[in-house]
Design a protein around this ligand. Sequence first.
Ligand code: ZN
Length: 171
Amino acid sequence: MKNLWTPWRMEYIEKETPDGAGCIFEAGSEKEHEKESLLLYRNDLTVVFLNRFPYANGHLLIAPVRHVSDISDLRDGENRVLFNMIRKSVEILRKHKKPDGFNIGLNLGTVAGAGHPEHLHFHVVPRWEGDHNFMAVLADVRTIPEHIENTYDQLLPDFQELLHSKKGKSK
Ligand SMILES: [Zn+2]
């Protein structure tokens, strides 16, 4: 099998996130990070989560804080901050996971495969040569596997450093 971008498969997995109250991208509200919800980063405009059912180890979900479904609803400030966060996330994953490449994208609407169409979110998925069998191993996992917690602990300091290094700045 070749290395394919398969967002439908990814969203199918994501959809299996345990039902909580409300929107998964608003879990851990008020907090800058929360291991239970795999929240790595929160500022006024952006949140970063580790996907609970990852397509690959280190699979991140990056969303605006505002509950918006359409890319047209994003404000200029959100555009800038979201794209910047995607770039920073790639840098952090490169540092810790040393992937050979990335898939970065979003699915707009249920027909496009979005598991949570009501809240826009980008996927950042590190990829390695020969990693395409990864999900076959994890597809039946229902709890947070140890490796996700390890990855969370590994990435958290860099996201928190990012958060706090920006707080003192005016823009
Ligand atoms: Zn939401």
